[in-house]
Design a protein around this ligand. Structure first.
Ligand SMILES: [Zn+2]
Ligand SMILES: [Zn+2]
Length: 264
């Protein structure tokens, strides 16, 4: 199993040490984990930057890689919470260290976080439009990343009285995002974190089908674990589903290069 998206206490939203994540991955007989801690520039009305110190991050990462050499492959990455007005800062950050895998994500839209603000302040259809418009705008202007995280994760934050509309009603917003990924050779992440709140992983099946129809082949596997128990969550059944859908490979990223792994 190759988990290309997990977090540690270098992220603002978990206290779990990197080593505890490594131990859990080992217990689960995984082959690879990639730490992708959060990097967010210009958050909220005060435009705060929430970024880990790259020197400290790599120091800890290198210690662990040395200690666990031959037992499990540990990779270093970052999850960039892109926003249209902040892209230069992300360019500088992504180029500042020898990352293995850089993830693009949309966590903030027009100064609102997706979780408690965008998804709650607007009718779901309107929130979805703003979310995918900003995603497309970021990915048209920013290319220093390898995979796009949890494309439809906004779905999980809508409250029951404002549910997500059916996919067909906003398919035309998702299609151009997938096209940008395919044309630029970027991967679409399959994030099983969705299953912790919804009956499906991200992307939902309709989006995966559309991606396959459009010729998309690059997928990464991600638990988005913020605690040890969630590493590799539901990987076996999700990979089986991908294979049944006709996908042949998932991909591992190391030193920003992609390596295919045959789905068995
Ligand atoms: Zn994320
Ligand atoms: Zn994440």
């Amino acid at each position: 199993m190759y988990d290309m998206h997990i977090h540690s206490d270098f992220s603002i939203d978990t206290d779990i040490l990197m080593e505890d994540m490594v131990k859990s991955a080992l217990e689960k007989n995984g082959k690879t984990i990639c730490f992708t801690d959060h990097v967010e520039f210009g958050i909220g009305p005060e435009k705060i930057d929430v970024v880990f110190r790259v020197e400290d991050y790599f120091k800890k990462f290198r210690q662990l890689r040395y200690s666990y050499a031959g037992k499990i492959e540990i990779l270093a990455g970052a999850e960039l919470g892109l926003q249209p007005g902040e892209l230069d800062k992300y360019r500088d950050f992504a180029a500042s260290a020898p990352f293995d895998h850089v993830i693009a994500a949309i966590h903030t839209v027009r100064n609102m976080d997706v979780y408690t603000e965008l998804s709650r302040r607007y009718p779901a259809k309107e929130a979805i439009r703003m979310y995918y418009e900003d995603m497309l705008s970021c990915l048209e202007d920013y290319s220093d990343y390898d995979s796009l995280a949890h494309i439809d994760f906004i779905d999980r934050y809508f409250l029951p009285d404002n549910p997500a509309p059916p996919f067909e009603s906003y398919r035309e917003l998702v299609e151009p995002v997938l096209r940008v990924l395919i044309e630029n050779g970027k991967a679409l992440e399959v994030n099983t974190g969705g299953l912790r709140r919804l009956p499906y992983s991200h992307p939902k099946k309709e989006i995966l089908q559309l991606y396959a129809q459009m010729g998309g082949e690059l997928l990464t596997m991600a638990s988005d674990a913020h605690k040890p128990a969630d590493i590799y969550h539901a990987f076996r059944e999700t990979e089986k589903m991908l294979k049944e859908m006709g996908f042949k490979y998932i991909f591992k990223y190391k030193e920003r290069k992609k390596y295919p792994i045959h789905l068995i």
